[in-house]
Design a protein around this ligand. Structure first.
Ligand code: AMP
Ligand code: GLY
Length: 427
């Protein structure tokens, strides 16, 4: 088969790494990809939202299977566009249509969906600019911390959590005054949930589902979970607090009703569902849905899947997920994200990356913002590499991951030194 993966992050490199191991994969393309994907696939110079560019590439290269990595093209209707092209009627696509992608594209839509299907989530109210005064009044009726969320996609920056009422009111004002353009025309004010977070991934063909390994993501820039939110500074899998009893509750109260809801709504949904969960006491609740895999969670989930992933992706696209099964490795995997100086703010400079040569099958370097130049590898953005370590248990995985980190260097490189440590203490 000829397979194309859309995206350029660590998530797409990890997907490409797994797909590339399949005997069913004859030729692999990644668009636009990065220096890491270029080592195992052919990178195509295509913009993520270039619908006709993707359509032309699929046609001319004879792509059989397309896997869409990030949310943007999904929310923008890439799948609908391709499925409406008669010439592409045989193309298999992993990724939901725009209607299903609204589960990530609109937090209000997702909330309404959860309420309709009885899925546990934080209570919330929605406000527009016209209701600013009512919004402020609502804030003052709540106990802190206050949680404010831009309704639409805001590049992971649309959630504000503060204990200060004055700050919350100012944030509401800023959001409704167009801080994120149309994405913050509507703002949700939500009950604060106190607990430990978990990322869970499911493949669905819109009818049945397959649960993949869970992961814990470390979202804040600073050690001890401090400072601004990022796309994720590291991840581990499995997460020890997600025991069998808890996961049974997750499946019964959240996963099954969500897939039932997707079916009842008639979404054309063939792809991943990423459940952003929080364990409050012993009960799971949904913080958010995403309609794709997570980054950096994919970098720990892929090495835990033992089965060939291509038949699973094909079955998802064909609506035949009930005909395939999956097996997992009994390993632990950790990843540490190496970022540029200034991240999560803008990172303009390109720095030369020095990687000491090493051969260790328990360390995988997944690339994100990297670019290969004539004289070597350079940084190309804020999130640069995810150094993944495999082990028999979490401590070994972390030790391999941090061992790998020790052989990478560039000017201004930053990373968290405490990924996974909260879970080591509790062992
Ligand atoms: P989201 O973009 O919805 O995933 O939110 C980003 C982060 O904000 C989440 O990963 C949580 O850490 C935090 N968060 C969002 N909603 C809540 C909530 N209702 N209670 C507590 N923390 C939240
Ligand atoms: N790591 C969180 C996300 O991919 O949204």
């Amino acid at each position: 088969m000829k397979i194309l993966i859309l995206g350029s992050g660590g998530r797409e490199h990890a997907l490409a790494w797994k797909v590339n191991q399949s005997n069913l994969c004859d030729k692999l393309f990644v668009a636009p990809g990065n220096a890491g994907t270029a080592e195992i696939a052919t990178n195509l110079s295509l913009a993520l939202n270039d619908k006709s560019g993707v359509s032309d590439a699929v046609l001319h290269l004879g792509i059989d299977l397309l896997v869409i990595g990030p949310e943007d093209p999904l929310v923008n209707g890439m799948v609908d566009f391709l499925k409406n092209e008669p010439k592409l009627k045989d193309l298999l696509i992993v990724g939901p249509s725009a209607a299903g992608a609204l589960l990530e594209g609109s937090k209000h839509f997702a909330k309404q969906f959860m309420l309709k299907y009885g899925i546990p989530t934080a209570a919330s109210e929605i406000f527009t600019k016209a209701d600013l005064a009512a919004g402020k009044q609502f804030l003052s009726s709540l106990t802190p911390p206050y949680v404010l969320k831009a309704d639409g996609l805001a590049g992971g920056k649309g959630v504000i959590i503060t204990k200060d009422l004055n700050e919350a009111e100012k944030s509401l004002d800023r959001l409704l005054s167009g801080q994120f353009g149309t994405a913050s025309e509507n703002v949700l004010i939500e009950e604060f949930l106190d607990g430990i977070e978990l990322s869970l991934f499911v493949l669905t063909d819109g009818n049945t589902y397959m649960i993949l390994p869970e992961a814990k993501d470390y979202k804040r820039i600073g050690e001890g979970d401090t400072g601004p939110n990022t796309g994720g500074m590291g991840a581990i899998s499995p997460a020890s607090f997600a025991d069998v009893n808890f996961m049974k509750k997750v499946e019964d109260k959240i996963v099954a009703p969500t897939i039932e809801g997707i079916k009842s709504e008639g979404f054309d949904y063939h792809g991943f569902v990423f459940f952003g969960l929080i364990k409050v006491g012993d009960e799971p609740m949904v913080i958010e849905y995403n309609v794709r895999m997570g980054d950096p969670e994919t970098q720990v989930v892929m090495p835990r899947i033992k089965s060939d992933i291509v038949p699973l992706l094909v079955a998802t696209a064909q609506g035949k997920l009930s005909e395939v099964s999956v097996t997992f490795e009994k390993n632990a995997v950790a990843t540490v994200v190496l970022v540029s100086a200034g991240y999560p703010g803008p990172c303009e400079s390109e720095e030369r990356i020095i990687i000491a040569s090493r051969e260790n099958k328990n360390i995988i370097s997944f690339h994100a913002g990297t670019i290969q130049k004539k004289d070597g590898l350079y940084t190309n953005g804020g999130r640069v590499l995810a150094i993944t370590g495999l082990g028999n248990h979490l401590l070994e995985a972390l030790s391999n991951s941090y061992g790998g980190v020790g052989s990478v260097k560039w000017e201004g490189m930053n990373y968290r030194e405490d990924i996974g440590f909260d879970l080591i203490k509790s062992i």
